[in-house]
Design a binder for this molecule. Structure first.
Ligand code: FES
Length: 128
């Protein structure tokens, strides 16, 4: 788990959905489709485009802990994106994934100015 003080709200994005254990799912983050995986309790996120011919990795399967492309079966490490058969030269861009308590991402350096408001008889009073 990432410490909440390490989270940079400008680069981290909250995911509204996660795949079930042993599954991969396409999740669009900031307009970019990612193949998000969950395997053995660990989460991973890879670019959704297979480096072979652009197959949609988010529609692939998890087999023996590897993400298998649905088009021709190339396999990738779900955390590093390295190809199983050619890890030194072929990889998919990977992204860090962490689980953090709700609300930590919503906090930022800026706070809206607030004013006390009350209702007095038939008037709404705002103190500025
Ligand atoms: S496009 Fe992924 S293995 Fe061919």
């Amino acid at each position: 788990m990432t410490d909440r003080h390490e989270i940079d709200a400008a680069t981290w994005h909250k995911l509204d959905e996660l795949p079930d254990e042993g599954r991969v799912q396409t999740v669009v983050v900031d307009g970019r489709p990612l193949a998000v995986t969950r395997c053995a309790g660990r989460l991973g996120a890879l670019d959704n485009h297979c480096p072979h011919q652009g197959g949609p990795l988010g529609e692939g399967t998890i087999e023996n802990g590897l993400l298998r492309c649905p088009w021709h079966g190339w396999e990738f490490d779900i955390r590093t994106g390295k190809s199983w058969c050619d890890p030194a030269r072929t990889r998919v861009k990977s992204f860090d994934v962490s689980v953090t308590k709700g609300g930590a991402l919503a906090e930022g350096p800026y706070q809206a100015e607030t004013f006390p408001v009350s209702i007095d008889e038939d008037y709404v009073v705002v103190e500025i």
